[in-house]
Write a protein that binds this ligand. Structure first.
Ligand code: UD1
Ligand code: CA
Length: 477
């Protein structure tokens, strides 16, 4: 495809969202609405993308240029209509020639498919038309611009709801809001638009009448699935579009060889990758850039964000973010894997275990009721039930190393920084404060020692020291 300029309209306020976040920035399946549009328009291989921003442009502008660094931003100070917005876009693009085809799309249509745009633009360019309108038939056309056809079936005009006659309001073919233009025609038509209508706005859709007056051809490209051009104006519509997009995604994964037991309660973000023979059980959310490898089973009741789950692994009733689960490992039920967790191949993180920044070697197991923070655990090691890796001394975080094939007892506390050697053992209830040599057994022995004023001397200026001091002064008063 040659010389296509894409204009994405995103200046409107979106007040019905009732949100401090601008409408087009609301996420659907892990990507902002405008992010979906910017991705879909890539299918027409645009020479240039111009985004029209207005309301909350300090939020929207940087988001667009982050997603698409080459995008041009055109600022529309007042929202005087879609025709005005396109005029502002064309002016912003003046540095390079606007030629060939101009494709105009709204910024809030997350279901839009790239292939539909591509077909539309190809057909438009081949037809030699001045204007092409992407249209569809809908059950309830209320609020849309209606496609008025002439006796020969050609497109005579697009009439907005507020300007339509009763008869025109009965037309169920609507303007999706996506139009393609011959660039030369568009440049000449924009200054001729007037705001002589019920909204007092410059309507882009009036270019159809101008083309007809000039004896140029106008066409409609009707799509079966016009719902892909639907925008979300409020949160109820946002949820509905998310549901539809999710259904599309889940169906595509099932067709690619993934078993999904309950599509209605399975939520899969757009960038997730699933391999064949993965099984997803009910109430599972796979978010962000999560990858699940062959034969793994995930769910029920699991949320994974930006995680990697290895071949044949099993993750049940788990909440995890930025974690890697090795091949054949098992996680859950009721596990919480925080960023930086790596569960080794065939390893295990069991019930009521929280991990953070923890690297577990092959076959290493933390089966029950533990907190593992800032730790490295060697291959084949088993951590006893109820073990706390005490990584935080109240001020700084420290690291614990447990070597390979160690066996640690129940209800241990490892006070970091500390190292437990390969093949070492600890007895139940041990508080490990000093390094344990390889092969040694350490058992609890010391009686409790109280070191008076330790906090006052070592933690001066902290809330902890202040609290201690005021308690001390109260008790001596
Ligand atoms: C528009 C169309 C209508 C079509 C409908 C499809 C016009 C006149 N009407 O109506 O035929 O059926 O879309 O959804 O084009 N925008 C700006 N600046 C403005 C005005 C709008 O950037 O000054 C942006 C909005 O942010 C939005 C898009 O343009 O992304 C469409 O605007 P909106 O007000 O939603 O148009 P509709 O009245 O729905
Ligand atoms: Ca409007």
């Amino acid at each position: 495809m040659e010389n296509v300029t894409v204009i994405v309209l995103a200046a409107g306020g979106g007040t019905r969202m009732k949100s401090k976040t601008m409408k087009v920035l609301h996420p659907v399946a892990g990507r902002s609405m405008i992010g979906h549009v910017l991705r879909a328009v890539q299918a027409v291989e645009p020479e240039r993308v111009v985004a029209v921003v207005g309301h909350q442009r300090e939020q929207v502008g940087p988001h667009i240029t982050e997603l698409l660094p080459g995008a041009l931003l055109a600022v529309q100070e007042t929202q005087d209509g879609t025709g005005h917005a396109v005029r502002v876009a064309v002016e912003a693009a003046a540095a390079g020639p606007v030629r060939g085809t101009v494709l105009v799309s709204a910024g809030d249509t997350p279901l839009l498919r790239g292939e539909s745009l591509r077909e539309f633009v190809e057909e438009h360019a081949a037809s030699g038309r001045a204007v092409s309108v992407l249209t569809g038939r809908v059950a309830n056309p209320f609020g849309y611009g209606r496609i008025v056809r002439d006796a020969d079936g050609g497109v005579a005009a697009i009439v907005e709801e507020k300007d339509a006659t009763d008869e025109q309001r009965r037309i169920d073919e609507i303007n999706s809001g996506i139009l393609a233009f011959d660039a030369d025609f568009l440049l000449g038509a924009l200054p001729r638009l007037t705001n002589d209508n019920a909204n007092g706005e410059y309507y882009l859709t009036d270019t159809v009448k101008i083309a007809r007056q000039d004896g140029l051809s106008v066409g409609a490209h009707m799509v079966d699935d016009v719902s892909q051009t639907e925008g979300a104006n409020d949160r109820a519509q946002l949820a509905e579009l998310h549901r539809q997009l999710n259904a599309r995604t889940v169906t595509a994964w099932m067709k690619a060889g993934v078993t999904v037991m309950d599509p209605a309660t399975t939520w899969i973000d757009d960038d997730v990758v699933l391999e064949r023979d993965v099984t997803i059980l009910p109430n599972t959310q796979l978010l962000g850039a999560t990858v699940v490898r062959e034969d793994a089973v995930v769910g029920p009741d699991t949320t994974l964000k930006d995680c990697e789950v290895g071949e044949g692994a099993r993750v049940v009733r788990t909440h995890a973010e930025l974690a890697v689960v090795g091949d054949g490992a098992t996680v859950g039920p009721f596990s919480y894997l925080r960023p930086g967790t790596q569960v080794g191949a065939t390893g295990k993180v069991g019930a009521f275990v929280e991990t953070k920044n923890a690297v577990l070697g092959e076959g290493a197991k933390v089966p029950h009721l533990s907190y593992v923070g800032d730790a490295t655990i060697g291959e084949g090691t088993n951590i006893g039930a109820g073990t706390i890796f005490a990584n935080y001394d109240g001020v700084n975080k420290h690291h614990t190393v447990v070597g390979k094939h160690a066996r640690t007892g129940s209800n241990n506390t490892f006070v970091a920084p500390v190292t437990i050697g390969d093949g070492a053992a600890t007895g139940g209830g041990t508080v490990v404060r000093q390094d344990v040599p390889p092969g040694a057994l350490v058992v609890p022995g010391a009686t409790q020692r109280v070191i008076e004023d330790w906090v006052l001397e070592r933690r001066e200026g902290t809330a902890q020291a202040d609290a201690a001091r005021s308690a001390r002064s109260e008790s001596t008063d």
